[in-house]
Design a protein around this ligand. Structure first.
Ligand code: FRU
Length: 472
C-alpha cells in the first residue's frame, strides 16, 4: 500500500466519532449486539489492502456507541466452507450464555462461482470458535429455484419462548429477491419456515443484509438492494402463524449517497439503534488513494415510527461529546448577495442544528461546509419545490459518479430544520427531525473548515453549533 503514515493519519485525519478500521478496508456492520454489558459491533474487514479482499470479521466494543475499542479479528476465512470469505451476519446471546455469531461462509465452486452457506461461531466476547458442525444451513433447504450463489447475510434473533429465528436473503430464479425465514430450537439444527417477504417491485434485482425487528407496535424489514444505490425500510405487520410479513409502507432509508447494509441492536432502554456502512457497493471506489483506510460506519441512529413512517435521529449519546456551544438566534440572511460567515461557525468535527424560517420572499437557502480554497460541499433547499440537494462535486479528491443527490421534503411552508454532523471524512444531514437523512463521504482537505450560508430572497435562521470532542 502506498500509504500515508498511520501515525499521521491517526493524529490529524482519522474520523473522530465514526468507527473506522484500524487499517485497510471495511464494509458492512455485522453482529451488532449487546453482550457482557457492552455493545459489540463486528464488521466486514480486509486489513491487507484498501480494496475488498478475502473478508474477515473485525470487532469493536463500546459502552455508548460513540467511543469504540477495537478487539482482535473475530473470524478469519480459514475453513474450506468460508475460504472465499466470512460474509455478513449477526449475533445474539444463546441459552448457555455464549455469544453466538451466524455468518455466511463463502467458497468458490469448481466453476469459480460463489457458494454461500450459513455458519456459526461461539465466543466469550473476545475469542470466537467456529462450530464443528458448520455449515448449519445449506442450499439444500432452499425453496424451488432458490439460487445457492445468492444466499446470504443471516439476521438472528430469539423469540420469547427461547426458540431461534433467522432471516436470510436469497435470489429466486422464478420469484426474484426474497427474504427467507428459518427456525431452530437449539440454534444449531435449522429448518426452513417460509418466505417472509418477496422483494419484487422494489429497487434492485437482489436484496442483501436483511434485518427484521419490532418497532413502535409494527415490524420493520430492512434490506440493501443490489444494482441500485438504495437501502430500504418496509413497515408492516408480522403474521407469525404463517411466518409472513405484510407490508403497509416502504421508503428509502437514505437520501444521500453513502449508507448501506444497515443493522440494528436493541438498547437496554428499548431504543432500536441502526448503524450502516457509510458507503455502498457503487461508491466503494470513491476514496482518497493515499489514506491507509477505506470505509467507515455511519453515526448510529435511533429509529422511530411516526404516522406509519420511519424517523431516524443520531443517538442521544452523541450529545455527551458536544463542546464549545455557539448559539445565534434570528440571523437574518439574504439581505446581501454574498456568502455569510458567522463568528465561531466553522470546523470539521461539528454537530450543528439549524432552523430556517421564511421571511417575505424566500427562494433558496444554501449552506457550504468543508469549504476553503477551491473546496466545498453544498446543501441547498428550494422552498417552492420542497427540494433539498446535496452536492459534492467540489469536495476534492476521489472519483465517483454519485456527486449530486436530491430529495423532496415535507412542505412546511418554507420552514426547514436540519441537523448536520460533520466528521473529518463525512457529512450526515438529518432533515425535519429525522424524516430524511442524507449522508456523504467527503475526502476534502481536512484544513477546509469554513461553513457559509447564502439565501436568495430573505430568511431567518436559528443555529446552535458544537464541536465534537475527540474521544481518545
Ligand atoms: C453487502 C455484501 C453482503 C456480503 C458482504 C461481503 O455489502 O455484499 O451481501 O455478505 O457484502 O463482504
Amino acid at each position: 500500500m502506498k500509504n500515508q503514515k498511520l501515525s499521521d493519519f491517526n493524529k490529524n485525519e482519522r474520523p473522530v466519532f465514526h468507527l473506522t478500521p484500524e487499517i485497510g478496508w471495511m464494509n458492512d456492520p455485522n453482529g451488532f449486539s449487546r453482550y457482557g454489558g457492552k455493545y459489540h459491533l463486528f464488521y466486514q474487514a480486509y486489513p491487507h489492502g484498501t480494496n475488498w479482499g478475502p473478508i474477515q470479521w473485525g470487532h469493536a466494543v463500546s459502552e455508548d456507541l460513540i467511543k469504540w475499542d477495537r478487539l482482535p479479528y473475530a473470524l478469519m476465512p480459514d475453513r474450506d466452507y468460508d475460504s472465499g470469505g466470512c460474509f455478513s451476519g449477526t449475533a445474539l446471546t444463546c441459552s448457555d450464555g455464549r455469544h453466538m455469531l451466524m455468518y455466511t461462509g463463502c467458497r468458490m465452486n469448481p466453476q469459480g462461482k460463489e457458494l454461500q452457506t450459513q455458519c456459526i461461531a461461539f465466543g466469550d466476547g473476545v475469542i470466537y470458535e467456529k462450530y464443528e458442525g458448520n455449515p448449519v444451513i445449506t442450499a439444500s433447504v432452499l425453496p424451488e429455484d432458490g439460487d445457492p450463489h445468492e444466499f446470504r447475510d443471516p439476521k438472528l434473533w430469539r423469540e420469547t419462548d427461547g426458540t431461534y429465528r433467522a432471516v436470510i436473503a436469497n435470489y429466486n430464479r422464478t420469484s426474484g429477491a426474497q427474504v427467507l425465514l428459518f427456525r431452530s430450537t437449539d440454534g444449531l439444527a435449522w429448518e426452513f419456515e417460509g418466505v417472509l417477504a418477496d422483494c419484487k417491485g422494489k429497487p434492485g434485482w437482489m436484496c442483501e443484509c436483511p434485518d427484521f425487528f419490532p418497532l413502535d407496535g409494527k415490524y420493520a424489514l430492512l434490506t440493501g438492494t443490489m444494482g441500485e444505490v438504495d437501502s430500504i425500510c418496509r413497515i408492516g405487520t408480522f403474521d407469525s402463524e404463517h411466518g409472513r410479513f405484510c407490508e403497509d409502507w416502504w421508503q428509502s432509508i437514505e437520501q444521500g449517497f453513502d449508507f448501506y447494509a444497515g443493522q440494528t441492536v436493541s438498547a437496554a432502554d428499548g431504543r432500536r439503534i441502526l448503524i450502516g456502512w457509510m458507503q455502498n457497493p457503487q461508491t466503494a471506489e470513491y476514496r482518497e488513494i493515499d489514506l491507509p483506510i477505506n470505509g467507515q460506519m455511519s453515526t448510529p441512529r435511533e429509529l422511530m415510527i411516526r404516522d406509519g413512517k420511519l424517523l431516524q435521529k443520531p443517538v442521544r449519546e452523541l450529545s455527551d461529546y458536544r463542546t464549545e456551544e455557539i448559539v445565534c438566534r434570528n440571523v437574518k440572511l439574504g439581505a446581501c448577495e454574498e456568502e455569510t460567515r458567522l463568528d465561531g461557525i466553522s470546523g470539521r468535527t461539528v454537530d450543528m442544528e439549524i432552523s430556517i424560517k421564511p421571511d417575505d420572499r424566500f427562494e433558496l437557502f444554501r449552506m457550504r461546509f468543508a469549504a476553503g480554497g477551491e473546496y466545498y460541499t453544498e446543501f441547498t433547499y428550494e422552498p417552492d419545490k420542497s427540494m433539498v440537494t446535496l452536492d459534492r462535486n467540489h469536495a476534492g479528491p476521489g472519483k465517483t459518479e454519485l456527486t449530486k443527490a436530491q430529495a423532496v421534503v415535507r412542505d412546511r411552508g418554507g420552514r426547514l430544520d436540519v441537523r448536520i454532523l460533520l466528521d473529518r471524512l463525512s457529512a450526515e444531514i438529518f432533515i425535519n427531525d429525522g424524516e430524511q437523512v442524507m449522508s456523504a463521504v467527503t475526502y476534502t482537505d481536512r484544513r477546509a473548515e469554513d461553513i457559509t450560508f447564502f439565501v436568495k430572497g430573505t430568511a431567518v435562521m436559528d443555529i446552535a453549533k458544537y464541536r465534537i470532542k475527540e474521544n481518545k
